[in-house]
Ligand binder design. Structure first.
Ligand code: TA6
Length: 473
């Protein structure tokens, strides 16, 4: 079963709507790929597919095959059958994807009358793209000559209609991936859209009044943030993986429910499963100049068979504006007390690491993870970097001020977090990592907000904890 979140009424009570209840009309003119993409979409959603071409009376087929456009009167009985099929699927709770041109608003209203929960996915393309598709198509009763009349009849989806348009001028599987992600997403403000990003991974793009950002659904991974009028703040490796189940290198990986390697299970993925998991976007809205996104992850068969098999709900709020707000709330849905580690593993971009200093940690003890055995250290002054650095500061609520040596200072304030981590792999470690460019160590620094080791969080059943950070540049 594919679970989908279609209720954006705030982070406290998202309602899971199963795919079985989904009724989707894949609409568009001839040649837009309704049948192919509809079938693939239904497959992805694991619900039945129906091609409405099969519901046309023979007279319509003959008319179209003869190059004569259908009239409204030709279409009404056909549309009634389409509505009926959707209504039946809704009543049976089976869900349905149906390929149907649904060119006019009145046609769509007729379908909605029969099946009010329908969502429309409009496969949109230019005359050129469609024309090329039709030329390449054989064995279909619809002659390419009817394309222009179809485009003339087409009424685009209006903002008050339930659905969205997807550009077909991209690989078919990307059209499907984008459609699945958008069907699972709540209604989006104009400043937010879902697309298919690198590696075919769904991405949420934000272009708000005070800042722009990108968040991949895999890992609810913020990969870029740029305050309006400013420069990008986060660093991404040019050779990062972008593939299902592979961590992305850069941005803000979300480490949960353990940090680093897991002693109890060395084969377990480093930094936990959260950054490898597909999160749901459950809320998207504008608050003043800020854009607020809420992502949700709950336990799954996969997480329940991991080294941390507990029932949980994680809600991650990303606030995009002149500042970047990141807030992770974890709730224990299990019947036993649970303990976990967490980190916002923030990669900051810097002109040259040699010129960077971090202040706010003066005099604080840290654990040097590179020393063998690991040992304590502390600095009287600001931290500077001249070799591989991997430090954990425990039991602190210090704010970090990162001066990049070229006039920019980034501050990271935090709440609900008692650990800070500083990391730069330098030359050898960078060269040893396949998803990290050999020279890229000079242009980044990780300044992490966390709860690890002795600062790990323990929750009784029903309890929740929130860790948050605000980045200002
Ligand atoms: O946060 C620092 C650290 O734990 C380092 O030890 C280093 O391994 C880094 O994270 C990156 O981890 P990753 O699993 O993303 O390669």
């Amino acid at each position: 079963m594919q679970s989908l979140n279609l209720d954006p009424t705030g982070p406290t009570a998202p309602v899971q709507v199963s795919a079985e209840a989904l009724q989707v009309v894949v609409m568009g003119v001839s040649g837009s790929g309704k049948s192919t993409i509809g079938a693939l979409l239904a497959h992805s959603l694991e619900i039945p597919f129906l091609d409405a071409d099969g519901l046309h009376p023979q007279s319509n087929i003959v008319k179209m095959a003869g190059g004569v456009p259908l009239t409204d009167d030709d279409r009404w009985p056909w549309l009634a059958l389409v509505g009926e099929a959707l209504a039946d699927a809704g009543a049976a709770g089976t869900g349905l994807v149906i390929a149907c041109s649904a060119l006019k608003r009145v046609y769509r209203e007729a379908i909605l009358q029969a099946a009010p929960n329908v969502r429309f996915v409009h496969l949109a393309g230019s005359l050129e793209v469609l024309g090329n598709r039709l030329e390449g198509r054989s064995e279909h009763f619809m002659p390419p000559a009817l394309l222009r009349s179809q485009l003339a009849t087409l009424e685009e989806l209006q903002a008050d209609e339930p659905g969205f348009a997807v550009d077909i001028d991209q690989p078919v599987l990307d059209v499907v991936a984008e459609s699945v992600a958008r069907l699972a997403a709540p209604a989006l403000p104009a400043s937010v859209w879902i697309a298919v990003g690198r590696g075919g991974l769904p991405v949420v793009r934000v272009d708000g009044a005070a800042g722009a950002a990108e968040v991949y659904l895999q890992g609810a991974h913020v990969t870029s943030w740029t305050p309006s009028g400013g420069a990008p703040v986060l660093w991404m490796s040019a050779v990062s993986d972008f593939a299902p189940g592979r961590p992305l290198r850069g941005g803000v990986p979300l480490c949960f429910p353990w940090f680093g390697a897991l002693a109890a299970d060395p084969a377990a993925p480093g930094h936990g499963f959260a950054r490898l998991s597909s999160w749901h976007l459950v809320e998207a809205g504008e608050q003043g100049d800020d854009v607020v996104l809420v992502f949700r992850l709950t336990d799954s068969d996969e997480t329940r068979s991991s080294a941390w098999p507990h029932r949980f709900e994680a809600l991650y709020t990303v606030t995009v504006g002149a500042r970047l707000g990141l807030s992770l709330r974890v709730r224990n849905l299990d019947t036993t007390t649970v303990t976990f580690e967490e980190a916002l593993h923030t990669y900051l971009g810097v002109p040259d690491i040699h010129d960077v200093t971090v202040s706010g940690f003066e005099g604080l003890p840290y654990l040097d993870r590179l020393a063998v055995p690991q040992e304590q250290g502390s600095d009287d002054g600001p931290v500077s970097f001249s070799s591989e650095t991997d430090r954990i500061y425990l039991g602190t609520d210090a704010d970090a001020r990162v001066s990049d040596g070229a006039g920019r200072t980034v501050t990271i304030t935090a709440e609900g977090s008692a650990s800070r981590i500083l990391w730069n792999p330098w030359t050898a470690k960078a060269a040893a990592m396949a998803d990290f460019g050999d020279d890229e160590w000079q242009a980044m620094l990780c300044v992490e907000t966390a709860n690890v080791r002795d600062d790990a969080i323990t929750l009784a059943p029903g309890e929740s904890h929130t860790m948050s950070a605000v980045i200002t540049a």
